[in-house]
Design a protein around this ligand. Structure first.
Ligand code: SF4
Length: 252
């Protein structure tokens, strides 16, 4: 028999898709979530989002009868950061260091590959339709679902991204991450915007310190944390932004 399984990052869209499915009695055989790990002990999720996932969202779904599988890869961000480049090319002997904004090794090795292995193991011999959290106003992403076994319940019920926010709010299931970030992603993401980085530096200084320790490692393939700056430069930039905000009486 065909199974219907939701992919969930616990962002507003994927969570709203599950809620809409439950409200409309759509078949729902479970959900899966992939957690990137910074190292063996520390999650790659922004702490507020991770707490929301484990303390609020998963208990809510499981109470509603939706079992959530948590998928983690064997490799962590720190493992990949310290991966030594083999061969005799220009970068041989250096470590991979910071992921590239456009070709993130974390996405490939901590998400895509572990999820492929999970699906191969769990879904072997089954016919599975996957629910994906694409909203009805995300036409470019929706077009990519044509010809796949992926289904957008948000599109089916005409739910836009703003509607998804309202639906999550109405269930007390809007992640606190949206108070300081437009999306949920790893706290060490090279695509993170200034408000996310300011938040990390101010409210989770131990995590920012962990990144500074990585920046201090020798022989890195790239010194730049993101497209523009090393983490030292970013640290100085964030400090001056924070000082400016304080002078203007604004809160981070
Ligand atoms: S959120 Fe950023 S660091 Fe994490 S997998 Fe995506 S692109 Fe990579």
């Amino acid at each position: 028999m065909k199974k219907h399984i939701a992919s969930c990052s616990f962002g507003k869209d994927s969570l709203a898709a599950i809620i809409v499915g439950l409200e409309n009695n759509e078949p729902m055989d479970g959900a899966y979530y992939c957690e990137v790990m910074f190292n063996q002990w520390i999650s790659g999720e922004v702490p507020e989002h991770r707490n929301f996932i484990y303390e609020t969202a998963i208990p809510f779904l499981e109470k509603a009868g939706v079992k959530v599988d948590v998928v983690r890869g064997k490799k962590t961000f720190v493992d990949l950061f310290q991966h030594k480049i083999a061969g005799d090319g220009d970068w041989a002997g250096c470590i991979w260091s910071w992921p590239l904004c456009s070709r993130c090794y974390v996405q490939r090795d901590c998400k895509t590959r572990p999820l492929e292995a999970y699906k191969k193991q769990q879904w072997s011999g089954l016919e599975v339709a996957q629910y994906i959290g694409y909203a009805s106003d995300e036409q470019v992403r929706l077009a990519k679902l044509d010809g796949t076994k992926k289904i957008s319940l948000l599109d089916k019920y005409g739910i836009t991204e703003d509607d998804a926010t309202r639906i999550c709010e109405s269930y007390g299931l809007l992640s606190p991450i949206y108070e300081f970030a437009p999306r949920n992603g790893c706290w060490f993401c090279p695509n993170a915007k200034e408000p996310e980085l300011l938040h990390l530096r101010k409210y989770h200084p131990h995590l920012f310190e962990d990144l500074l320790k990585l920046q201090a490692l020798p022989c890195k393939a790239t010194e730049k944390f993101n497209r523009d700056m090393t983490l030292y430069e970013l640290d100085r930039h964030l400090r001056s932004l924070e000082d400016d905000l304080k002078k203007r009486g604004s809160r981070i």
